[in-house]
Design a protein. Structure first.
Length: 195
């Protein structure tokens, strides 16, 4: 099983920083954190501790060409499982992602940053990540959204403070191809810093 050593890389130019507890990631300073009206978010039955939508502000009549969705999920009162169980959960999720049908993967990505509605395809298959205080999975993909073709990266990880994190970066195909290094760097900048 392939394991990617996850090393933080700061996006250019002049990145802004989003911090959630002991975890942070960077994004281009032209993007803004958008308010969501204090909605309560649930992921896999767990309340979300932090939810952020970061994007280039849409202009009148157009949607943002890039959207970053970040969520952290606090551990249940009795804590997340022990290390061996966390590894087993990661292995089980990896096995599911690699064996899932396109329709199943499409359902999983309907509520990512922009959201897929058809034609989900991996461009980089699911891979385990370890490093920067993270353990988890990452994959890249293309699909069709309501805005047209998009490219995306989806990261899910658990940090040593017991928080689970989901970070998706999606952009229109044309925007992604002209800003690939900058957008790739957003997900790669997610890192944990012990308090």
């Amino acid at each position: 099983m392939a394991v990617s050593t996850w090393a933080a890389a700061a996006p250019e130019p002049a990145p802004a920083k989003y911090t959630s507890g002991a975890t942070a990631f960077r994004y281009p300073s032209g993007m803004q954190v958008m308010a969501d009206g204090g909605m309560v978010h649930i992921v896999n039955g767990h309340p979300v501790a932090d939810h952020a939508v970061i994007q280039i502000p849409p202009t009148q009549g157009t949607k943002s060409p890039v959207v970053v969705l970040y969520e952290s999920i606090a551990p249940p009162p009795d804590g997340w499982p022990q290390e061996e169980t966390i590894q087993a959960i990661i292995d089980e999720t990896l096995a599911w992602q690699t064996a899932a049908t396109p329709a199943q993967l499409l359902r999983e990505h309907r509520q990512t940053a922009i959201g897929c509605i058809a034609g989900f395809t991996f461009t980089d298959p699911p891979m385990r990540i370890e490093g920067a205080g993270l353990q988890g999975l990452v994959h890249s993909y293309t699909c069709l959204s309501r805005q047209g073709p998009i490219v995306g990266t989806f990261l899910t990880a658990i940090t040593p403070d017991g928080m689970a994190h989901r970070l998706s970066v999606e952009a229109s195909e044309s925007y992604w191809h002209s800003h690939a290094a900058e957008l790739d760097a957003i997900a790669h900048s997610l890192a944990y810093s012990a308090p």
